[in-house]
Design a protein around this ligand. Sequence first.
Ligand code: GLN
Length: 201
Amino acid sequence: MPLIGVLALQGAFREHLAALRRVGVRAMEIRRKTHIDGIDALMLPGGESTAIGKLLTEEDMFSPLLERLRGGMPVYGTCAGLILLCKTIEHSGQPRFGILDATVRRNAFGRQTDSFETRLSIPEIGKGAFPAVFIRAPAITETGPGVRVLAEIDGRAVAVRQGNALATAFHPELTKDIRLHRYFADMCRAAATPGADRANA
Ligand code: GLN
């Protein structure tokens, strides 16, 4: 069974660990470089993308993680984690992994709507609407040809997938709905099984 590492430098990582454990996959906190070797997949939590980027560099974890991600290690980024995955961040030169061929706008929903919850249609994970919690959330404003939009609000993508990379602008770990964590766990299992059906990728 694949081991999912949850980056635990800053932000909402504990809730992700709890959700992954409820799904029934193995998960551990990633706090330093030596933790990276044993993991099969990565979860990048929400928080503050500039702070997480700075800590990743300080802890000398940025390059080894980027190498694994470029090698196709499954990854799920939520909110700040989504920002760290995108190739282009509007008006920002902050560090990012850039493996997701997309442009992201930070704090895209404005100050008036700093935080909100909405019921989102994500057909990929099933029929029922997903209770999506947005906190100073980003939105994806442009996507490259390899990126599939899984959900959007007013024409802006808030859930996307490109190969083994999954990203959502909202915080699924703050609700009881574990369908996105289960979906990611399935991606990790498929990546760990040679010859597994990659039709979804
Ligand atoms: N606004 C934050 C950023 O730009 C992301 C907020 C979040 O992760 N909830 O990094």
